[in-house]
Every structure is written in C-alpha cells, then in structure tokens.
Design a binder for this molecule. Structure first.
Ligand SMILES: Cc1cc2nc3c(=O)[nH]c(=O)nc-3n(C[C@H](O)[C@H](O)[C@H](O)COP(=O)(O)O)c2cc1C
Ligand code: FES
Length: 477
C-alpha cells in the first residue's frame, strides 16, 4: 500500500529558477501528486529565491518525514529538477519516504548525496537574519510572513515604544547602511527624527546596479513584507508618513511581489491612515527606475522620483535635512531596512553578538564568477573571504585553475588578491585591503582572468582588446 507524507514542496519561484523552468516543474509535480492521489497531503508552494540560484530549479521539502542512512534529513533539498525527473522524485520521496538521491546535492569532487539542507556546505555555514524566511514562505501571502513573526516588531513599536526608543535600539545595534557606504543607520534616523517638518519621506533604495549584485532583488522578491515592515518602522521612528520604494524596472518580479504585499497591507490595516488602530498613518508606493546605474546614488534617485533627470547633485546638506522635494528624507537600502524588524524584535544586544564592534550583524553577498556554488550568501561580518569563497562557495571549478582575485564593491571597489583572503568582510578590514564591502556583489576570478579587462569592465572603459573569455567579459555580455 502506498504511504504518503503530509508536507510542502517549497519550489523556488525566484527569477533564476523561473528562468530555469520552475513553472514546468510545478505543473509536473501537481499532476504527479494528483495521479498518485496525494494532492491533499503534499502541496506545491512557490517560494522566493532559496539562494542557490545556479542549481535551479531548486526545491526544499518540509516538514520532512523521509529517512536517509537512519536519519531524518529534516528538510530535504533538491536541485536541477526537470519535469522528466518528477515521477521518480514523487515515487521515491513522497511515496516511499526516502530522498531521491539523483537530485540531491553532491559536492563537486564526491558522489555522495547530501539530502539535508542543513548539511550542505553552501547552507550550513550561513547565518540568516535578512534571509531568514527564504525558501520557507510564499512571498505572495501575508499570512505566511505573519506566521514567521512578521509585523510583530511593528505592533510592538506602535503600541509600546516611543520614536526615540526605536532610534536608540537601531543606534545601539551598530547597524550600518548596506547600500555601500556603511553609514550608521541609527545616526541617520536620529537626524530624521530631530528635524521638524510638516512632511517627511522614507525611501527604500532598491536600484541595485552594482555588477554581479542581486541581493536586494532577491530580498524584495522572496520576502517583500520584511522590507515594508522596516520602512513603516522607519516612519514610526522618524515621524514620517509617506514612503517610496525605488525599484529598477528590470526587476518585474520584485515590483509585482512588492505591489501585492503593499495591497495586502492596505487591506489588513498595516498601511493607511490608522495602522493597527493606533492612529499612526503611513502610505507607501513603488517608483520604478529606468535602470540607470547612477540613479542608485541617493540625490540622483530623489531627482528621478521628482520627475527630473537622474543626476547626482552636490551634497550641501544631508538628505535627512533636505531631500525629496527639499523635505527631510530618510533613505535606506533594501537590506538595511530588512534588518530592522529583527533588531526591534530581538534587541540591539542580540544583533551585536554577530560580527564585530565596528561591523555588527550579517551581510548578504551575491557570489558569482569562477566559483562552484553561485548564489546568495548571508554571513556574520567577521567571516573571512576564504570561508565564503572556499567553504561556502566550494572554490574554483576548473581543476587546473587557481584563485586569482575577488572583486568587491562594484565600480567603487577593487580586486582583492589571495594574500588578503583571511581578512574578515568587515568595513574596516576590507577598506585596508584597498577595496570596499560595497553593496555585496562578490565576483570571483580564477587565474585565467585578464586583469586589464577586469579593470576596464569595472571602471566602465571600452574593452576593445577583449578575448571574451574571462569573467568580466562574460558578465558584460
Ligand atoms: C554611483 C552610486 C550608485 C549607488 N547605487 C546604489 C544602489 O543601487 N543601491 C543602494 O542602496 N545604494 C546605492 N548607492 C548608495 C546610496 O547613495 C546611499 O548611500 C544608500 O542607498 C543609503 O542607504 P544605506 O545607508 O542604507 O546604505 C550608490 C551610490 C553611488 C555613488
Ligand atoms: S532563484 Fe531559485 S535559488 Fe535563487
């Protein structure tokens, strides 16, 4: 007799996996569940990006009741799924209760399957704060976010905390802006609260133009409510009542999911004129940018929202004093804002247990280039580059090739050679190496990479002598 498990097939619905065929796999899974008569007990859910984009379409199954070598994998992870694989996958995992080894993760030099997500090196060395809900929720359902303690920080802040207390927690946490410059977030908010004005704005910067970077896209796609909650909290803390999320138009899935999330918030009383019945008002809308790299710069971004040409202007005063339409404006990056609900819920002391004195918390990196495990990685800021590139990233793919450098910080950053691989990814240490942490794009290059063209690519020169083979040329095409 067939036995079935009561479980969720959390199939990745991020942009990368969608491009690799998620929709066809979803249709095959649902069809197979129906055929086997287990469609009441096994449900396919489209989650956000799970981080392991190069292996897509990927899927995590939980709760998990399979057994593998006398252990329960807890949450089985499958990669490179095709519609043709689905009948065997359903038979093995969902009916016979054992992981389907063909699609389980295997390290590049070994053939042994690692079915549990918690044992896979790419995942097990990560510490998730901003990405804590990745792969676990349907980003288009507010109920899923609420189940994971979503909007708890907001309700606490609105009912129990004064704006000054919220600002103090953010200041004490040591959170620094994740958009590139690492400016202390609490300091920005403090200034925003002190300035009195009949109109103040909160802006979320989701422009994300750095080469190789896709952290912010992934957060907006996979957990849009965490960004929205961070923005409303910023509004409460700085007594601002209007917010804009600036997203580049090339991120259609992020725009779609953010809009669904905003609509759900209005329907649930989490946005509008009387949030959670407290009398606090906050309105939020999306502004789509046209994809100009320069519009990620704060003053150019604000000009763009004003309907003007997106050009930076001299910073004679801080945006928190005079920003959008010359009104006080608190502008933060997507990842910065997604940290806020966790900091309010768990406290500044908890956040400071991660990272270092000057670089508290975690940082999300988009690991790309000549590396085995391409994807999104969240680590405490005292983690070394070597650990990220070799333990999490799995090292350089080509056997005869060696690590040459890692590009960090986009056009304002630099290439870090092997001698600096043991430094942690803190603002202070990376700065000393000559690069900057930047927004989180991390492009690894092996020793076949032409550094001349690397410089040309990142400095936006014309690569007229390009042979087209190295990483910068490949990314650029
Ligand atoms: C040319 C240029 C491009 C930038 N692009 C981005 C971007 O895409 N996203 C971002 O958050 N910050 C970007 N920044 C930094 C922003 O100006 C700003 O400092 C940041 O969004 C503030 O948020 P944070 O304090 O939370 O980091 C850019 C800066 C420059 C100079
Ligand atoms: S898009 Fe699926 S893992 Fe990133």
């Amino acid at each position: 007799m067939e036995t079935a498990v009561r479980t969720h097939a959390m199939l990745c619905g991020g942009t990368g996996c969608m491009a690799s065929g998620t929709n066809k796999v979803k249709a095959s899974l649902e069809e197979e569940f129906r055929k086997k008569g287990i469609d009441d007990e096994a449900k396919v859910v489209l989650s956000g990006c799970n981080g392991f984009c190069a292996k897509g379409p990927v899927m995590a199954v939980y709760p998990d009741e399979t057994f593998y070598q006398d252990i329960t994998p807890d949450e089985t992870f499958y990669q490179d799924i095709t519609p043709e694989d689905v009948p065997a996958l359903v038979e093995e995992h969902f009916l016979k209760g054992r992981p389907y080894q063909k699609l389980a993760f295997k390290e590049h030099d070994k053939k042994i399957a690692i079915p549990s997500i918690h044992d896979i090196p790419f995942f097990k060395h990560q510490v998730l704060v901003v990405l804590k809900n990745k792969g676990l929720i349907d980003p288009e359902r507010i109920e899923d976010y609420i189940t994971m303690d979503g909007y708890k920080a907001l309700s606490r802040a609105l009912t129990l905390m004064k704006p000054e207390e919220i600002v103090k927690i953010v200041t004490d946490s040591g959170l620094r802006g994740r958009g590139g410059a690492g400016f202390p977030t609490g300091k920005k908010w403090e200034l925003g609260l002190k300035i009195k004005s009949d109109e103040k704005y909160v802006i979320c910067n989701g422009d994300e133009g750095d080469p190789g970077a896709f952290m912010d896209r992934s957060v907006m796609e996979s957990d849009p409510h965490s960004v929205i909650e961070g923005m409303i909290l910023c509004g409460v803390a700085t007594e601002s009542h209007k917010g804009y999320i600036y997203v580049r138009a090339e991120y259609p899935l992020a725009v779609k999911r953010l809009q669904i999330a905003i609509d759900q918030c209005y329907e649930s009383g989490l946005l509008g004129s009387n949030i959670l019945g407290t009398g606090f008002a906050f309105d939020l809308e999306i502004y789509q940018g046209a994809g100009a790299f320069v519009c990620g710069e704060a003053t150019a971004l604000m000009r763009s929202i004003e309907g003007k040409r997106g050009m930076p202007r001299p910073k004679l005063w801080r945006s928190a004093v005079k920003g959008l339409w010359d009104r006080p404006t608190i502008l933060n990056n997507v990842e910065t804002l997604a940290n806020i609900p966790q900091i309010i819920l768990n406290g500044a002391g908890w956040y400071r247990t991660l990272g270092t004195e000057e670089s508290a918390g975690t940082k999300v990196f988009a690991l790309t280039g000549d590396i085995h495990n391409v994807g999104l990685v969240e680590v405490p800021m005292d983690t070394s580059l070597r650990k990220i590139i070799f333990d999490i990233g799995g090292g350089i793919p080509k056997k005869k090739r060696k690590f040459k450098a890692v590009q960090l910080g986009g056009p304002s950053g630099g290439c870090i050679p092997e001698e600096f691989l043991d430094i942690p990814v803190t603002y202070e240490a990376i700065r000393q190496s000559g690069a900057i942490v930047g927004s989180g794009g991390m492009v690894v290059m092996d020793d076949s990479t032409c550094m001349v063209n690397t410089a040309k690519f990142f400095l936006d020169f014309t690569a007229d002598e390009s042979c087209g083979k190295c990483v910068p040329c490949r990314i650029g095409t």
